[in-house]
Design a protein around this ligand. Sequence first.
Ligand code: HDD
Length: 754
Amino acid sequence: DNPLKRAARRVAEELRGGDTGPADGIPGKPSPESPPLAEPTDPREPLPPKPDQSGPATVSPTGQPTGAEQARVAQSGNYLTTAQGVRLYDTDHSLKAGPRGPVLLQDHHLREKVMHFDHERIPERVVHARGAAAHGVFRSYGTAASVTKAAFLAEDEETPVFVRFSTVLGSRGSADAVRDTRGFATKFYTSEGVFDLVGNNIPVFFIQDAIKFPDVIHAGKPHPDREIPQAQSAHDTFWDFVTLHTEATHHTLWTMSGRGIPRSYRMMEGFGVHTFRLVDAEGATTLVKFHWKPRLGVHSLVWEEAQIINGVDPDFHRRDLADAIEAGAYPQWELGIQTFPDTPEQTFEGIDLLDPTNIVPEELAPVQPVGLLTLNRNPSNYFAETEQVAFHAGHLVPGVDITDDPLLAGRLFSYLDTQITRLGGPNFPQLPINRPHAPVNDMLRDGMHQTAVHRGVAPYRPNSLDGGCPFVAGADAGAYVETPVRVPEAAKVREAPESFADHFSQPRRFWLSMTRVEREHIIGAYTFELGKCYEQAVRERGLRVLANIDAELCAAVAEGLGLPAPRPTEPLAEVTPSPALSQLGRSWPADGRVVAIVTGADGDLDGVRAVREAVLNAGMVPLVVAPVGGALGSGPEALTVQRTYATARSVEFDAVLLAGTPGPGADAYTARDAKSTPRPTGSAAVDPRVGLLVSEAFRHGKAIGVWAGGEAALAGAGVPADAPGVVVAGSGTDALSRVAELLSVHRVWERFTP
Ligand code: HDD
């Protein structure tokens, strides 16, 4: 008679396909005739990989098994076994002395199962813990062959790659759309060994010397006493550090701009940050900076949208990347290089190339395209690939060398070192995702998690017992030979060069290069972040830093904080703006953009069908939003409802189309809905959830198209039908064609500037 037991019995029965109760005619609810949900009893292999997970190479050019091939090691045969391959007849019950008796210690299956589970987690990355990744291919144009002998940059060379995007500050389970720098790390499995380009979506860094990395990260991570706030910089310790340590000013300004809240990983630039040295076959060298340029343009969220996303869909960027690849909308970036003569000063137009807080404006050194990256395959297993991939700034190939940037030097130590803790020992290069596609013969032996069975008796050189193998190569046989760069004669000191002391001219250039609307967003970001600090001294110091960038920026933020605007402590630099830094002013393909088609139960169904087709044909993603789930219409013409008024939220869409929307009393908004989303007073003309969707889309600068009576929803949401970017059309397809034009510039920017 225990009610809990009764409920459990009923659930179990339902799962087995027993009496499910009345179907109520609700689409999707199992009816008594539905097939039972019982477990299949025939043994079968694991499901085959989805199309996007079985893309190109499962075997590398040199015959090394990669990706899906690896599954064979742990998943062959049809029967459940122990880790030792012994078949099991039951994995649901511990071995007991009678059904009600004590569990026996001799249950080796229980102990193995729980022991393995207890150790399933590994330490998350100390920074960049949260990430999403994809496989792809890099095709080189050959344009860099004049400055480097690197094989992967030769003409038409195709190289498999694995790219991991990440946030920096948050833990592995934190949200995607936080204000932060994004990691953009690429592993090239080249024919000459692995090359990692471990970059960010911001071309400068917070610090000029790696010895300060623990300081900047301790300041940015949550406060050590309460471990809050998670995954964000809007707190006292972060602003305390970056305002005392003014070399962080340039990077901080970038994160306060739209770059800190990207719309999608697919719409971010990537940067190698440091200056690298390319080497050609004759040994001639060129200094370069690496850039990734996204085909879809660089686009951002707006702050309110980002905050809502973090609650509504914390996996926003991860989902967007995986969905796009699964749909075949493969994201692409061009790799480009800015080149500079390798002079002893290592400066270009007065800019110190060894200072990682500097950029070189593209107007002074254009970015020259050298190849195309296409991401075309989702990982098959998050842990095995995205989590276990190990990048290292020191994974270099012949033709790519480093410079004396002191930030880079420290990274060359840190990335190897961190893997020892994270991946449990020195053999992480043997993990499938980290394996080079070039032959490996390394004389490294033993250690934790050794999986190779090495042969021979002489893992040392010179030897005669293994016939002298392995041999060392010369440069002509592809050896990595360090460039014999002359080291300046100098005393050992803990000092930075004088040129590293300019902390404000580059931030000022960035600020002056922004359009009006971008500046307003930057002002909003500083006002929010400094406004979240409790310490008055930190806020005031924040304003003093801003005064050294620009008086207008400082005054606007000071006004928001209710504090006086200080005067600059040093004269403002004379700088020429770099229009290439702005995200506005061009148009881009709208591929993969998500368009909501909102309709009522009695909306224009033919119109919805036609516009849905048109959205698909334009390479975008249509999502039909209706009062409840299931289908609209019936028979073969029926349209599947992808979002309901209850599950849709504006932030998921780049544009909204309204095909007639139910007013008050329509079947959509039931008494039950009213209990969870009370109707706000004054908007009785429209379902409040549609009203919210439309008003948010409007506030966030998104294009809105209406037809067939959708105007009522505009009025109900308080959106004027003649506002910029609001299209009232005679048909859905007309509305779409105007909306698609608006999407190519990302947002209706006029809405942000009164
Ligand atoms: Fe770093 C991870 C990018 C400076 C120490 N870093 C890491 C990742 C990216 C970057 C994208 C994630 C890689 C992945 O997806 O697995 N880091 C940068 C950039 C920097 C930079 C662009 C400056 C230009 N990093 C930097 C310094 C240090 C580190 C100065 C230490 C002195 N970074 C690490 C690390 C991480 C890491 C602790 C954490 C997990 C890992 O390496 O594998 O070693």
